[in-house]
Design a protein around this ligand. Structure first.
Ligand code: GRF
Length: 194
């Protein structure tokens, strides 16, 4: 079986990254994780990736004059790894349009809301403020508009009485870890296209 070479972009603890790494250990999983890139030098996920024998690279966007220059360096790293698919997993930086267009149809993101509801940040607080009875997470294609690409897979959770942003985030994170590997497998097999 041909496994699609997949790179992951992170900025933080990397729990979704780990879910993808673990899933890709199965012999019949259609993607292999070839590298993890972080724009934060101290991202917790970098050490976790290394513990699992995955190549890592970390560069700070602060060392580059503008977004385009930084994205060019990310792109060079992805080419070096021979990446065919890119998974954003808590990558907290907007990517430039040329970069997104270059990877269009090959780049996924996980977002902690039921898109198109609650694009952007602080989704759990905003869901509670809005009084919704259901919330969740979405794996979607990355397009130039923030959190606007077509949905690949979603999972719903109930909003419970007494929920805080933290309790809601924890309930949804379990679902993120469940659906992201399924979504990547579906993309890697070519069973879904944007
Ligand atoms: C997740 O909630 C994800 O949906 C969002 O950022 C968070 C990243 O968490 N995009 P982790 O780094 O994967 O643990």
């Amino acid at each position: 079986m041909i496994r699609k070479r997949t790179a992951i972009l992170i900025s933080g603890r990397g729990s979704n990254m780990l879910a993808l790494i673990e899933a890709a250990k199965a012999a019949d999983y259609p993607a292999e994780i070839v590298g993890v890139f972080s724009n934060k030098l101290d991202a917790g996920g970098l050490a976790i990736a290394r513990e699992h024998g995955i190549a890592t690279a970390a560069l700070s966007h602060r060392d580059y004059p503008d977004r385009a220059a930084f994205d060019t360096v990310i792109d060079a790293q992805l080419r070096e790894w021979g990446a065919e698919i890119v998974c954003l997993a808590g990558f907290m930086r907007v990517l430039s349009t040329p970069f997104v267009e270059h990877w269009r149809g090959r780049m996924l993101n996980i977002h902690p809301s039921l898109l198109p509801a609650f694009r952007g940040l602080d989704t759990h607080q905003r869901a509670l403020d809005a009084g919704v009875s259901e919330h969740g997470c979405t794996v979607h294609w990355v397009t130039p508009g923030l959190d606007e690409g077509d949905v690949i897979l979603q999972a719903r959770v109930p909003v419970l009485y007494g929920d805080t942003p933290d309790t809601l985030a924890a309930r949804i994170l379990v679902e993120e870890h469940r659906i992201y590997p399924i979504a990547l497998a579906t993309v890697a097999r070519g069973d879904v296209q944007t």
